[in-house]
Design a binder for this molecule. Structure first.
Ligand SMILES: O=C(O)c1ccc(O)c(O)c1
Ligand SMILES: [Mg+2]
Length: 631
């Protein structure tokens, strides 16, 4: 297959936090070929345009464009003449910067005339002056431009002006956010008129388009706009300029510039793959979570062992060369790692007893590693003893380790047999596997995770949910893949007082805050756990009253749910979900037993406020073991 050459990449300085030198440094460190210099970043920089030019040269960055030049076209005199003078001044700046391209965005001025022929005449004059200095101009229709707000209108003016130094700038946000597309572009606009391309994604929001654009843009792949088909249309029309990211986003402005810049380049790599320009190693086929690993020391390991014993787990093995135990119930494997001098030990020092890794079962771990490397995610390879299997891992954006184990290899010979002395015995066999692993995410990190799970693993984010905790809002988004074999809800809270917020501050960072185990029948599994004195979370009577009213459940069923501390949900298609929670272990993470039936795909979000309030009441106590008596 003949893959056309990769196009140069660029990022607008407005995407990144910091001063202009910080932004340039971050763009270069991520590996961008160039930048868009945003005028505001130049105005606030304490140095000359020549200094900026030299900085960029030293960093190996091209200045792809200078922008924006506002409210230029179709003004009555004397503003028309003044605007042409203003343009000459900016041409001086461009020449000092060493860039030849200026972006002019469509006017929002109250006095702009609704006359395309006037706009075209002005652009012709401006382009003529630019051409005298070897400069070029591109015209961008802002979605909120007063008279010009669609690319076809901008094209009409560019065509009418008919000057070789004048072309179009297309911005995916301004086209896609108002619901427009590039249909007809290839047939109407010759490739040499496609001067510049800006790429931005965004969530679908119902608000005015200006606010949407100025605060909520995202990198391609982080939002919901069809950016890949947009790029495909431009490439089909013959565009050969840079792929440039232009993201106005409040969280990006506040985040570390290197992380954001790197996400930006990852998003472009992913986008190029979508349009067949970057042949990355293919997406993995995921078939579930093979194990969850906890960082513990000896004392915490013993306590955690006792805790999971109440959910029917038993110690099923000890590692051949390391201080690591395998605990198992049915299809769930928990690894308790207290090996000094390991990734787990490092995690334990920073976070205390907590989940330090998860292992995804995939078709080909080494292909995932190669894909991760192509996307600049970091790889982890643990040292191993003789004869033990090496399990590669990749670091999630918060540093959490995701191990990759081969599905076929696991089926041929469970990894546990190579690395562990397995101990004979019977567990309760009440659990089928990991239904979901929920993570608390530091504010500002959600979009990095969206890109990580989507670009590397092909997991699709679900609709965002708002969950009211007694002390603030928790925003939740679930990533689902592998035909439902893997489900990863991510929770974020601006408030430090919510359960999620406290978790993030208590464990000095983010991570897995609960793990839900799938059972064929939650009631049976919970009954067995209760018999082992599992610390189940108490659910108030009011909840069951309301449940009866909402779903019309029979009294006996309600009584049974209440007795077992089970929560219940039903979707529109009649699918049902039953689930019960434990109290938190050391105020850090908690466990859940769930069963789904009738194709239910959610997480019982409607019950989350009840759970969060119960946990707030419960605090850190281990809870009343056993079942509730209903008097
Ligand atoms: O929000 C703006 O004003 C603005 C400026 C320049 C652009 O390229 C753009 O897409 C938006
Ligand atoms: Mg733009």
């Amino acid at each position: 297959m003949n893959v056309p050459p990769r196009l140069p990449t660029a990022i607008a300085t407005v995407c990144l936090s910091g001063t202009l030198p910080d932004k340039l440094e971050a763009a270069a460190a991520a590996g961008f070929d160039g930048v868009e210099i945003f005028e505001n970043d130049l105005l606030t920089f304490d140095g000359t345009p020549g200094d900026v030019r030299r900085m960029c040269e030293d960093l190996g960055l091209a200045i792809a464009i200078f922008q924006p030049f506002r409210d230029f076209e179709a003004m009555p005199e004397p503003q028309r003449t003044r605007n042409l003078d203003r343009a000459e001044r900016k041409f001086d700046t461009m020449q000092a910067l060493g860039t030849d391209l200026l972006l002019v965005c469509s006017s929002v001025h109250p006095a702009v005339l609704p006359e395309p022929e006037r706009a075209a005449a002005d652009f012709r004059e401006m382009a003529e002056r630019a051409a005298r200095r070897g400069l070029r101009i591109c015209y961008e229709a802002l979605a909120w431009g007063r008279h010009v707000n669609r690319w076809r209108q901008a094209w009409e003016i560019v065509q009418r002006a008919d000057h070789p130094a004048l072309g179009l700038c297309l911005d995916s946000f301004h086209t896609l956010a108002p619901g427009d597309d590039l249909a007809g572009l290839a047939a109407t606009v010759p490739p040499e008129k496609l001067f510049f391309l800006q790429l931005a994604d965004a969530p679908k929001l119902s608000m005015d388009v200006l606010t949407w654009s100025r605060h909520h843009r995202l990198f391609p792949g982080q939002g919901e706009l069809p950016v890949a088909p947009f790029l495909a249309d431009l490439l089909a029309a013959g565009y050969t300029g840079p792929l440039s990211l232009e993201i106005f986003n409040d969280e990006f402005r506040a985040a570390p510039s290197r992380r954001i810049a790197r996400d930006g380049l990852r998003s472009l790599t992913w986008l190029e793959e979508q349009v067949g320009r970057a042949p990355l190693p293919g997406l993995p086929l995921i078939s579930g979570i093979e194990f969850v690993e906890f960082a513990v020391d000896h004392a915490a390991g013993e306590a955690l062992g006792r805790f999971v014993e109440t959910l029917g787990f038993r110690r099923a093995g000890r590692h051949r060369s390391k201080d690591v135990e395998l605990w198992r119930n049915g299809g769930v494997n928990l690894v308790l790692n207290s090996e000094p001098d390991s990734a787990a030990a490092e995690h334990f020092v920073l976070h205390g007893p907590s989940v330090c890794a998860m292992a995804f079962r995939v078709d080909d771990p080494e292909r995932v590693v190669a894909r991760a490397e192509a996307l600049q995610y970091s790889i982890w390879r643990e040292r191993i003893g003789a004869g033990e299997r090496r399990i590669p891992g990749v670091r999630a954006p918060d540093g959490t380790l995701i191990y990759l184990v081969g599905e076929a290899a696991v089926r041929a010979r469970p990894i546990w047999e190579d690395d562990f002395h397995l101990q004979a015995g019977k567990d309760s066999a009440t659990l089928l596997g990991v239904d979901h692993a929920a993570q608390a995410v530091t504010p500002g990190m959600m979009d990095s995770f969206v890109l990580f799970f989507r670009a590397l693993f092909g997991l699709e984010p679900d609709m965002p949910w708002d969950l009211p905790d007694p002390y603030g809002l928790v925003r939740s988004r679930a990533f689902v893949g592998g035909g439902g074999s893997i489900r990863l809800p991510l929770n974020v809270s601006e408030s430090g007082r919510t359960g999620t917020g406290r978790f993030v501050s208590a464990v000095a960072g983010a991570g897995v805050h609960h793990i839900a185990f799938a059972a064929a029948d939650a009631a049976t599994a919970v009954e067995a756990a209760a018999a082992l004195a599992a610390p189940l979370l108490d659910i108030p009577e009011n909840y069951y009253e309301d449940l009866g009213a909402r779903f019309g459940l029979a009294e006996e069923e309600l009584a049974e749910l209440a007795r077992l501390h089970l929560l219940y949900d039903r979707d529109a298609a009649g699918g049902t979900f039953r689930h019960a929670y434990t109290h938190a272990f050391c105020d850090r993470f908690f466990l859940e037993i769930v069963s789904r039936s009738g194709g239910y795909t959610g997480f019982g979000a409607a019950n989350a406020p009840v759970r969060m309030a119960a946990q707030t009441r419960g605090g850190s106590k281990t809870g009343s073991a056993g079942l509730r008596r209903r008097d």
